[in-house]
Every structure is written in C-alpha cells, then in structure tokens.
Write a protein that binds this ligand. Sequence first.
Ligand code: SF4
Length: 436
Amino acid sequence: MKILLTLPKNVDQIKSGGIVRSKRKYPPIEFLYLGTILSENHTVKVIDGNAENIKLDKIKKNIERYGPEWVVISSEAWDFWGCPFPYGGQLSWEIGAFAKENNAKTIFIGPYASLTPQDYLHKFDFIVQNDPEIAVQKIIEGKTKERIVRFPVDLNMLPIPDFDLLPLKAYKQNEYPGLSLNNFFVLSGSRGCPFPCIFCLNPILQGKKYRLRDPSKVIEEIEILMEKGIRSFFFQDSIFTLNKKWAQTICSEIINKGLEINWGIQTRTDFTRKDLIKSMAKAGCKFYSLGVEHIDPSIQRVIKKIQPIGQVLKTIKMVLNEGIGCGVNLMMNFPGETLRTLMKNAKFRAWCDKFGIGGGIKPVIPFPGTELHKMQKFPNSIDAVTIEAGRYNKRPFYLFYNMYKRYFDMMSALHLKDSYEIVFDHRSNLSTPKSL
Ligand code: SF4
C-alpha cells in the first residue's frame, strides 16, 4: 500500500520567550520509527511541511500526485510530545479533509489526538493516542476495529530508523546555546514520567511508566547520524537524568567511542548529580534545561513539583561549573499565584539573567486531561482552552511581569544590573550564593 506521513508548516509570527518559534525546525521523529516499520511491507513517503516550508496547497498537490491509500497526519511540528500548539490542529484537519476527498483513509496522531480524541472522530477515519508506531501499523493492516487506538510500545522493540526518510539537511535549532544551529537532530531515549505535576501533559501523552531505550541503540542512532554529517543533538526526553545508570552509560559510550558531538538535555533539579554532570560535560553536553516552573514553596506544593530553592541553586551552580550552558523554564498564573509569588519568580528570572541562564516565564495553559484543567473548570476542547487561557493569562500577573521585566531591562541598559540582589524570604533562608 502507498502511505503518506505528513505534517503542516507551523503558523508564523507566534512569539514565546523572545524566540520566533515558528522558525523551529525539529525532525518529526515520530515518523522515523513509524515510517521504518511500515516500509517493511508498504511504500512510505514523508512530507515534512514545516522543515521544508511546504505550504498547504503544495501538500495537497502532493497527495493528488502521489495518490496514497493512507495518510497519517501529525499535528505537531515542534515536539510530538509537547503541548498542542494553539490553533496548530487546524492545518492538520485541512490536510485530513483533502486526503479524504481524494479517497485516502486518514489517521490523526500527536498531542491533539492524544488529549481529546473524540473531538476529531468526525474529521479523521482513525485517531491514535500516545505512541503512534504499533497503533498505526495495526490500523493500516486491519488488525483493529477500534477508531480510537492506543498501543504503548516497548522502546527496545523499535527498529533502528531509516533516517533517509526525512530531509536531514532541513533541521535546525535556534534555542540552545552551545549547540550547532545546523546539522541538528532530536533524539529520544526514553518515554513516560511517573511524577504528578498538575499542569503537565507528559504523563498523559507518554504514560506514567518510565520506559528506556537500550543505550547501545541510542548510540547506534547517533553514529548513523554522524555519518550523515549531523553533529548536534537535543534529547527530547523529559527527564534525561532520571535513571542515572542509563544516562551514565550513554555518556561513557560517547566518551569511549570518541564521538565528537555537542548535545543538550532537559531534566529536573532533583535528578542532577555531580559525577553525572562531569561525565555529561566530558561527553560534549553543552546545554542543560531545567524544569523549575516556580520557586515559591506554596506554589510548588499546589503544582506538586517541589524543588527547594537551595537545590535549584546548587544544581545550576554544578552545571555552570562544568562549563555547560543552563536554561531554566519557569511558569506563572498557577492557582494561588499572587503578586508576591509572581515577583519572587520574576526576581529569580532576573537573577538568572546575571549568569547568562536562559529561559522565560510562560503563562500556564490548563490543557484537558491535567489535574489543573479539572481544578480550573476550563472548557474541554483544546482550542477553547487556549482561547480561554489567553484571556486568563492577561490577568494582572502577566501585565505585572512584563512591567517588571521592562524595569530590569532598563536597569541592564543603564549598567545598573548588579545593583539589585535577589533576596529570598526568611523561610527559605537562602540568598544568592556568592560563588556563583
Ligand atoms: S513537569 Fe517534568 S517531572 Fe513533572 S510530570 Fe511533567 S515531565 Fe514529569
């Protein structure tokens, strides 16, 4: 059978954290394993509308010309496991409708499909929640009668992908200092997260069970990509350092094999150990993204992500001391947020600026399926939530943060940046460590 795997170009002019994120051209790694598995018995073509700047009309023309019997559409061009991009689903729906008009069967995958599958049953023939690889294969080969299909995979059963399915030269990043902008690729060595953070989609999209891919397979993928000229990698794993032994093995293999690459990861502060960071630095890790979210203890308790400020500062210090660049992800507008808690987070953000630590403070969006969504009584459709959250996030907190940020920017412009010092409240009993 002829199968087309495709995703649309992201919408332009959306800014977040100061980056025009629509320029992000990440490889759709969901298509890699899936395409490789399907290629065993079928003819597979991938059209990455985002990386190759292919407009919707051209994707439609490709469907007419190629005449696939099946079209698999992913809604997410940034991160298959990430938050659904506001309005991002709409272009996918258009592709789906066109494919149906051209007599193809359609399958919808990605975060939209995973979170509210019932909303898209009238737009697509089948909806796949979470891992796409085996679920899509079962649908195409007629091994399931369900229209909403979920089939978790064992990561070690996934093949070494055929990277030539994707336009490798098209992938770039502009977010991680220390990593090359071009010759860039995304890796994923694990899926799942066992933590209960009330705002996070990861345990919903990937499951609560933490699954690992054998380090030897991850290294083999890196080596194949290096042969194709790729030198820069970002591990999309939510908590790269959660299993220390696994992360250490990846580092040791990179060091022992002398693989000259630069790479970045994301993780929590409580799974960061000094000896592992040393190995990561030696293995070429150049960027360490920390999901801190909020530094106020009362908000941390509400969101069920407790990382004491002392631990956050210690981790940042360890990372910077090893010469690894650091980014800190912060969020705001959680239940219980006040000007006091917001200011605390904003002061912390300003303190990060002093040490060249990147990242921003993003307003939280209570996506369906999260505990936060239930607490806030938001609508059930993703687009309705993003519209509603847009209004919700224009509350005084957000305006205040922007005002606050302008104040620090102004001080910075006047070279007065060092004249302020972050002072945490008495309960945390910590101030800025001088050694930083
Ligand atoms: S925020 Fe991080 S630790 Fe918490 S559930 Fe999400 S991925 Fe897991």
